[in-house]
Design a protein around this ligand. Sequence first.
Ligand SMILES: Cc1cc2nc3c(=O)[nH]c(=O)nc-3n(C[C@H](O)[C@H](O)[C@H](O)COP(=O)(O)OP(=O)(O)OC[C@H]3O[C@@H](n4cnc5c(N)ncnc54)[C@H](O)[C@@H]3O)c2cc1C
Length: 384
Amino acid sequence: MGKFDVVIVGAGPAGSVAAYALARRGERVALLDRARFPRPKLCGGLLTWKSMQLLRSVLGLDQEFLLQSGVINYQSDRFSIYGPKHLLASGELSFPFHFTDRNRFDALLLECAGRAGAHIFEETRAAVCDPDKGWVTTTDGQVFKARYVIGADGVNSAIRAAFPEGRIDHARWKHFLAPAIEISLPPDRFPRSVHCPELHIGMLKAGYGWVFPNKDRVILGICGLRRNISNFSNLFRNYLEYLNIEKADEIRFKGYPLPYGNYLEQPWCGRVLLAGDAGGLVEPLFGEGIFFAMASGLYAGEAVAEALKNNGKPSLFYCQRLQSQILSEIKASDRFRWLLFRGVNFMGDKALGMFVKAASRRLGDMVHGKRSYCWTFKKHWDFL
Ligand SMILES: Cc1cc2nc3c(=O)[nH]c(=O)nc-3n(C[C@H](O)[C@H](O)[C@H](O)COP(=O)(O)OP(=O)(O)OC[C@H]3O[C@@H](n4cnc5c(N)ncnc54)[C@H](O)[C@@H]3O)c2cc1C
């Protein structure tokens, strides 16, 4: 296999945005994915304001285009939060949540990377990586040699697995890895119409359930830390019953792990940078990962481009932007979630309902990224 400046493993949002950022600067980029696109991806597909801003300002994909092309199939500027027995709070947002089908969304981002000049290798699975040499060997024996590698191969990253012993706290990683289970139903199988995203709290000590609207389906799921829960499938079945879904026991469902507070503070090693789920870079309250994958992919790509130009260390450039833009938000959200989860367990869900009602606009802006998870101060994103 030829030599590249950079090999990127994984063409989800993190990998495709990293490839786009590098290819548009003229770097020789190989983007590998084990799947052929469009490929299925279990995800609620909720996009916040900051995601929409990044798509527009970095990739030139504006809201109008995404809506017209059907990549975004629903939007709602309202939300509802339910406790175990009743509605706790509902309100209006300053900007709508947008919903996408990940099959189409990820295929579009990959197309952007290809158009920018990235060399795309589908059905190419990375097996081993040498972080010191910058080599990636695939399961069929091809060796991709590059000056740098970006590991964007998701939560079960093969690239992260190549980091030497002691580089990652595996116990912490496992402890904060949350099971997430999700299904999508035709709207007539759901007992009522759903027009806005709903959160359902109280079933889990550290987690929640969701019901998301879409053009032609309803998406429902749960995610949370294991704690004392031995069987998440049973919990999900109880959730379906609580939602009054008929014939719940006949529904087949899938689960997938979500990094839920196990972000890596230093997601790099040798010539490798990790982006997105591979580095655990997911917001730990609601599990928002699409934005953090795209943003960390962008920063990893730009850090490598900078290093290639100036012969510097990409981890230094990556570290600066990761700390100031992403990890600061993830850490503040982590603190905030414990405040909320413990608050609910201590004071009951009604108190949470009152709190959300009183500050709904501000909290909505915080989730959207107009305000920071740190004391809801105004947030400035450096890609805008
Ligand atoms: C049930 C569920 C619901 C969610 N809902 C939302 C939501 O509504 N909004 C939101 O913002 N986030 C949501 N998330 C989180 C979000 O899906 C992830 O954070 C996001 O997909 C991370 O993007 P990524 O590019 O890092 O990884 P991924 O999207 O997982 O992409 C990784 C890519 O790497 C490829 N790959 C893996 N291993 C290899 C290998 N060895 N060689 C080559 N290629 C490989 C895979 O095929 C894949 O294409 C949800 C997650 C789950 C599980």
